[in-house]
Design a protein around this ligand. Structure first.
Ligand code: SF4
Length: 144
């Protein structure tokens, strides 16, 4: 679910660094990328209504990148977003397992170190910060 996209959630494709992009191209030479900041996003072209686009790193046995998958993928269903002028960490409603948990539990989990890791990574890679989108719920704001 988190590796297949339609025309409405294609913005969710991860940001690859040069190394992981090269690996994806070795696996799937037809993959196309576009630069964004210091990284690269998949150029999926036009996607028709009802059509699905598979991430070019996705194989029948899962992600071909294994532990080297992009940061976005490693932290999903969390995502760092810009919300009302502030960076926040939000959780996707598409992941029922995590989204259905008590939000205080999720916030406490993030505060044990993952939130700091995400904000620090975003300082160096601001292209991973996405505009806030309605099917996410804010769990933690950077300064609150
Ligand atoms: S890089 Fe791997 S984990 Fe990330 S969307 Fe593609 S297949 Fe899924």
């Amino acid at each position: 679910m988190c590796c297949v996209f339609d025309r409405y959630d294609i913005w969710e494709t991860p940001v690859f660094d040069a190394g992981t992009m090269k690996k994806v191209l070795e696996i799937n030479p037809d993959a196309r990328f576009a630069p964004v900041g210091s990284g690269y996003v998949i150029n999926a072209g036009e996607i028709a209504d009802g059509e699905l686009f598979r991430c070019p790193a996705l194989t029948d046995s899962g992600c071909a990148l294994g532990d080297e998958k992009p940061f976005d993928c490693r932290i999903w269903p969390f995502r760092i977003m810009e919300h009302e002028g502030e960076r926040v960490i939000a959780v996707s409603s598409l992941c029922e397992e995590v989204h259905g948990r008590d939000f205080r539990e999720l916030k406490s989990f993030l505060e044990k170190g993952l939130a700091e890791t995400i904000f620090r990574y975003a300082d160096e890679n601001p292209q991973i910060v996405k505009p806030f989108y309605g099917n996410y719920t804010v769990v933690l704001a950077e300064h609150r």
